[in-house]
Design a protein around this ligand. Sequence first.
Ligand SMILES: *[C@@H]1O[C@H](CO)[C@@H](O)[C@H](O)[C@H]1NC(C)=O
Ligand SMILES: *[C@@H]1O[C@H](CO)[C@@H](O)[C@H](O)[C@H]1NC(C)=O
Ligand SMILES: *[C@@H]1O[C@H](CO)[C@@H](O)[C@H](O)[C@H]1NC(C)=O
Ligand SMILES: *[C@@H]1O[C@H](CO)[C@@H](O)[C@H](O)[C@H]1NC(C)=O
Ligand SMILES: *[C@@H]1O[C@H](CO)[C@@H](O)[C@H](O)[C@H]1NC(C)=O
Ligand SMILES: *[C@@H]1O[C@H](CO)[C@@H](O)[C@H](O)[C@H]1NC(C)=O
Ligand SMILES: *[C@@H]1O[C@H](CO)[C@@H](O)[C@H](O)[C@H]1NC(C)=O
Ligand SMILES: *[C@@H]1O[C@H](CO)[C@@H](O)[C@H](O)[C@H]1NC(C)=O
Length: 902
Amino acid sequence: MDAQRSVLQILLLAVILFLIQCVVAQKVSISSPIERRALLDLRSSLGLRAKNWPIKADPCTSWLGVQCQNGAVRSISVSGLRRTRLGRLKPRFNVDSLVNLTRLVSFNASGFLLPGSMPDWFGNQLVNLEVLDLRSCNVSGSIRGSLGNLSRLTSLYLCNNNLAGSIPATLGHLKNLKILDLSVNSLTGSIPPSFGFLGNIERLELASNYLSGSIPPGLGSLQGLQVLNVSDNNLSGSIPVQFGDLSRLVELDLSKNSLFRSLPEEFKMLKSLQKMVIGNNKLEGHLPVDLFSNLVELQVVDFSRNKLDGALNGTFWSMPNLRFLDVSSNNFTGPLPGPHSNSSAATAAEFNLSNNFLYGTLNFSLGMFKFIDLSGNYFQGKVINDSEKNATIDKNCLQAVLKQRSLEDCRLFYTDRGLSFDNFGLQDTIQPPPADSSSASRKQWIFVLAGVGGGLGFIVILVLVLVLLLRRCDKGIRNQTGSADVGPVPEGDSPQLPKNPTILAGSGDPFTYEQLLHATGNFSETNLIKHGHSGDLFHGILEGGIHVVIKKVNLSSFKKESYVMELDLFRKLTHSRFVPLLGHCLEHETEKLLVYKYMPNGDLANSFYRATNMEDDSLQSLDWITRLKVATGAVEGLCYLHHECNPPLVHRDVQASSILLDDKFEVRLGSLSEISRQEGDTHQNVLTRLLWNHQTSEPGPSDSGSSPTNCAYDVYCFGKVLLELITGKLGIGKAEDASTKEWLEQTLPCISIYEKELVTEIMDPSLIVDEDLLEEVWAMAIVAKSCLNPKPSKRPSMKHILKALENPLKVVREESFSPARLRTSSSSRSWSSAFFGSWRQSSSESATNSGHPNREGFSGFRQPGRVGSHCSAGMEHSSSHKRLSNEIFPEPVEMKDIGEIR
Ligand SMILES: *[C@@H]1O[C@H](CO)[C@@H](O)[C@H](O)[C@H]1NC(C)=O
Ligand SMILES: *[C@@H]1O[C@H](CO)[C@@H](O)[C@H](O)[C@H]1NC(C)=O
Ligand SMILES: *[C@@H]1O[C@H](CO)[C@@H](O)[C@H](O)[C@H]1NC(C)=O
Ligand SMILES: *[C@@H]1O[C@H](CO)[C@@H](O)[C@H](O)[C@H]1NC(C)=O
Ligand SMILES: *[C@@H]1O[C@H](CO)[C@@H](O)[C@H](O)[C@H]1NC(C)=O
Ligand SMILES: *[C@@H]1O[C@H](CO)[C@@H](O)[C@H](O)[C@H]1NC(C)=O
Ligand SMILES: *[C@@H]1O[C@H](CO)[C@@H](O)[C@H](O)[C@H]1NC(C)=O
Ligand SMILES: *[C@@H]1O[C@H](CO)[C@@H](O)[C@H](O)[C@H]1NC(C)=O
């Protein structure tokens, strides 16, 4: 009984199972053995896993990504599937068996690696294919022209592969194509004009290839086009005016090409446009009139980095859907009308109008924007409500804000356009006109020569010396045999090596060419220190082990007079603060050699770097005492040039790399080649570069030869050196670029005579200073700031800087102890009290602008005739005349204060 029952039960179960299987199989099981075979082949050629495509089960019902219709395979998606370990070893674009799936409509391998090239039969065999998705499959080779035979194709995705070669024109035959995405490949050639026949196309994406040529105007006839993206190619030519007919266009990306000419007027017809990205081209000309008022659907607009010009009249403020507008780095000019205060679009969108030529006042509140970038324009006047941090307004001509353009820059811009400039709200600031370097002439050179010599008599002597030198030269050359480079010099003509080079003065002793050749290992590369401005500098060791620096002046690349003038200067520089010249060798015809004392500690710039590159910078950087010593030493040298030389000289190349340091870190000034007479006019320099001059040949303030030849210029440069010493940020002295300016604008506000602690914000973090030393740092910072006064006439003289640095605590202490006393009494007045007095009363002085009679006379920079007396006598004047001191140790100008004063 029991056995019978269980047999029945099993039978019943079997029948039910069979029936179920029949029903299922009837509905979807694969009918064609050829197709089944093909799928199994595909399974093995792609190396798919049994988990996803189980070999025993029916593909139509159980295989992931396989869909059938009436027993035939209709679509296959291997996207997202993983290969077996074996299959992963050698992935290939091997899908040959698809040939036998004649009803296949869709093949999707997106993201599934198929390295190798697309088979040619694809186009001829898969005649029913409507969707081919090979995105990110690492397909290489070219796009097969046969794909043009797949007349039913609606979507063709080949983006993000390694496809190369040109786009086959046959793709233009795909009448049913709605989506064609070939972006992010390495396609070359041009866009086939046949694309104009893709009558049903909706998305055409060709971005990030190397396509060149122009955009076929035929694309303008694609009535259904909604997305056109050809960005990041090499397309040139103009934007077809026919694009104005693309009435369904929603997204247009033509960015990052080389398209030029203007934006077609017809663009204002693109009523459906939401995204318009045409930045990074070479477009120029005006924006189409009404563009912004017509295209109300626009959400994203990017016109950046073109050369579009004309006015931006602010219609975009009121565009209802705008979220992002970037018209930066164009040539837009004119004033910018503000948005209506109730304009909702303006507050919701992000605007970038930076780096144009917009000007005028900002008569609207910046607080109303989500974000707006107005930097790099020429807006002037005051800013309304900058308190919100939703706007960037750097690099304009705005009053009372930091990081603005220079006065000169702004003034030039406004005067060039015949507009009036508010001068940052200042009354009228006089800056010295930049020296005109173009007017250099031989005459002037001679004039300077005469000046340096101090008279005609000297010239006669000089000419005699020159003649003697030339004779000597001639002799030397005649004595040389063989090649000019290494000609041996007869014993008798060879001068003896100086026994003790340190006692040599003036232009030093003559050396033989051979001696110096020997010292530098034939001027070997390894001994080259650098290619200086006036010659190549080599490290050398003389017989006897004396280290020297040898400058090789090649007359074919440097002016002949320069080294002669340099020798002459050394005859007159008797001060110990300058790098000593040990000797010279003029016997070679084209290569003149000057020999200088070797400075073991290099220059300030590299001894700083060397220190901070060590493991532990806090221990290794120059300590404060040394920094102060270096600063003082440099001032001593400059003081000598400015005040003690006759005629007075200016250095014109004051920077860290010009300050050489001997073994005891005593300063020896180098880079003397820019030294020239101290005058307000435009005489060219006298000397070629001497030693340790610019590391690079980037144009600096002194490279141009147009440096103002007055003390104030040196003082300004020295101010930067002082800041370098305080902050440890070497390199600002050299550069005159925007970032330096910006840095200065950030740094200077941290120097206040009222607030010592502020200076710690900018102080070199590796400096270890106690309270007393911090006061010294503070004092030096105050001196630095006054040196950097934008008004040359307000900068202190070197004499006063020297006094201040010799006694830094006086600068800060006397003031804080009894400022009232210092301001009233004149008998007990010291230089430092004068210094502070000027600061205290400067605001009232500026407000009334009632310059006293001596004001201009003692500024010294506009009256060259009085320079000498000012430079040497300024000290005494300042201690007895209150008003003079105002000129000599002036207040640092702060933008904010200026605004208030006005
Ligand atoms: C297609 O099917 C036929 C018939 O079974 C077979 O001979 C041929 O090899 C198949 N083609 C491919 C590429 O697998
Ligand atoms: C291909 O498959 C991926 C992943 O499943 C999917 O995101 C994509 O939309 C598919 N392609 C098409 C054309 O349907
Ligand atoms: C893609 O194919 C290239 C050769 O065409 C190959 O070097 C590279 O490794 C492949 N990338 C991947 C992710 O397989
Ligand atoms: C497919 O296109 C190629 C050229 O691209 C052509 O030679 C061939 O005849 C076409 N095949 C069919 C079946 O239309
Ligand atoms: C155009 O295509 C590139 C590359 O695929 C893409 O980065 C860019 O966002 C696209 N442009 C638009 C407007 O979507
Ligand atoms: C901006 O200029 C266009 C064309 O000249 C004009 O139609 C529009 O009214 C102007 N908008 C404003 C706010 O001035
Ligand atoms: C745009 O400005 C640049 C830089 O000032 C200038 O060189 C160029 O000529 C200007 N282009 C046009 C079309 O005005
Ligand atoms: C200003 O920016 C902040 C932070 O991005 C944002 O929360 C705030 O809404 C913005 N202000 C306006 C007026 O959009």
